[in-house]
Design a protein around this ligand. Structure first.
Ligand code: ADP
Ligand code: ZN
Length: 434
């Protein structure tokens, strides 16, 4: 049976949800106008005042905010509450450049916990569960977010943070963890180490995992589910909108429900800024309608994805977003062709390789070089040189079919590619280093 943390909200009718969003948006725009001179000026430049925003139908009139705005405003420029009312600061992982910082009032922290509590409940969590949080604790939002949600649900929380994989597994066994929370790449690593320590998937008490903070493919999901004997749920969020819990997966596992009572989602054409109809692929934009200290209106995430209002078998009415398969700035342009690392990951895992790979790009004599290093499993490694060469050629063929360009594939021995305890480093683009 499907469990809800907040059934009234999670299963609310579309009309009631719109009414709630309308009210909250109007109040939020006023709060920002009154307290954030930077955004007020942006509104004035666009000729919009709070009087023009009467409901969510007027959302399109508001100016966008981008990561560049956040960097310009570092550190206090977008703060909408006095610092004396703030209780917490977090910062982005800095995956794509200078970090940005976000501020929270106690109420902001409480609402964030509520969002994560919904995610844990959707993954089957109750107060009887033991939740092992191995997202990093600290400035990164992963640890604090799932920790807060776990406490709110009343689960027994194991605040492990990331790293020390053997100890993670020891505690997982001794303290009978039932839900594991970390990045998918760390989950894959734990699964691998688990097997090496001589355990089988059925040797643990885990039933579910809540994995997010980076893109991961369906193939990777299956790998993790198999290696640990669990059901793996996706969770999405970004520091700018509090952290994980903006959206979460339910039992249907076909996208993540967005907590629409706190965030309004739009999909826009990244080039023109035009709002796209439901079902079209584009850049995800969020407006936070309940955040006090750091409310962002029409924030461009640069994550590329699709929204769907198709009825979900779990009973939730919250809009669903597809797994974002990378940010517009994760996209590589190799010899003029657009390449997302996730496309390569799909091919690798489908062909029986572990999710341990690295893409290296360079420019030699004005031409892009495109190398993919892929680890073999122990069994594959015992093959003859001729067999390995044949496998490399097969992979080149499969990747060429998807991308239209030829990579150089290097199959390497097990354990040669560095494992990640947080977000994986999949790409080394040496072109940028010059
Ligand atoms: P940084 O931008 O430095 O990585 P964050 O830790 O705030 O900082 O990361 C937020 C970003 O992580 C999102 O914008 C998105 O690109 C990515 N992300 C988070 N959760 C997921 C997920 N479940 N699937 C794909 N990408 C995700
Ligand atoms: Zn659902």
């Amino acid at each position: 049976m499907e469990r809800y943390w907040n059934q009234e909200i999670e299963c609310m009718s579309r009309e009631d949800m719109k009414k709630l969003q309308d009210e909250r948006l109007v109040a939020q725009v006023k709060h920002v106008w009154d307290n954030v001179p930077y955004y007020r000026q942006k509104m004035e430049e666009k000729g919009v005042t709070p009087d023009d925003i009467k409901s969510t139908d007027d959302l399109y009139k508001l100016p966008f905010l981008s990561k560049a705005d956040l960097r310009d405003c570092y550190p206090y420029g977008l703060l909408a509450k006095p610092l004396s009312e703030c209780v917490r600061i977090h910062s982005t992982s800095g995956t794509t450049g200078k970090r940005v910082v976000a501020f929270y009032t106690q109420n902001d922290v409480d609402l964030w916990n509520e969002c994560c509590a919904r995610a844990i409940t959707a993954a089957g969590g109750t107060k009887d569960d033991v939740v092992q949080v191995c997202y990093g604790y600290g400035l990164f939002t992963g640890g604090a977010g799932l920790d807060g949600g776990s406490h709110k649900v009343g689960c027994l929380t194991l605040p492990m943070s990331s790293g020390n994989t053997e100890r993670q597994i020891q505690f997982m066994q001794d303290l009978k963890s039932t839900i594991l929370c970390c990045t998918p790449s760390y989950a894959a690593y734990i699964g691998e180490a688990y097997k090496e320590m001589g355990y089988k998937p059925e040797d643990n008490c885990l039933k579910a995992g809540i994995f997010g903070a980076e893109p991961w493919t369906e193939e990777m999901r299956k790998e993790i589910e198999k290696s640990l004997g669990i059901k793996a749920y996706d969770i999405y969020g970004l520091t700018e909108t509090s952290g994980p819990g903006v959206s979460f997966e339910c039992s249907e596992q076909t996208g993540m429900h967005i907590n629409e009572d706190h965030f309004i989602a739009e999909i826009i054409d990244p080039d023109t800024g035009e709002v796209l109809p439901e079902g079209e692929k584009g850049e995800l934009v969020f407006t936070s309608i309940t955040k006090e200290a750091f409310p962002l209106l029409r924030y461009r995430t640069r994550d590329i994805c699709v929204l769907s209002r198709k009825k979900c078998s779990c009973g939730r009415t919250l809009v669903k977003m597809a797994k974002p398969m990378g940010r517009s700035d994760d996209m590589l342009i190799i010899r003029g062709v657009n390449v997302f690392p996730s496309q390569i990951e799909t091919v690798l895992i489908a062909q029986g390789y572990p999710p341990n790979y690295q893409i290296e790009i360079d420019r030699v004599n004005n031409t892009d070089t495109f190398d993919i290093y892929v680890e073999m499993t122990a069994e594959q490694f015992s093959d003859t040189v001729k067999d390995v060469q044949k496998k490399e050629a097969e992979l080149v063929g499969a990747i060429k079919t998807i991308l239209g360009i030829n990579p150089k594939v290097h199959l390497v021995s097990p354990k040669t590619i560095a494992r990640s305890e947080g977000k994986a480093v999949r790409v080394i683009d040496k072109r940028k280093l010059v």
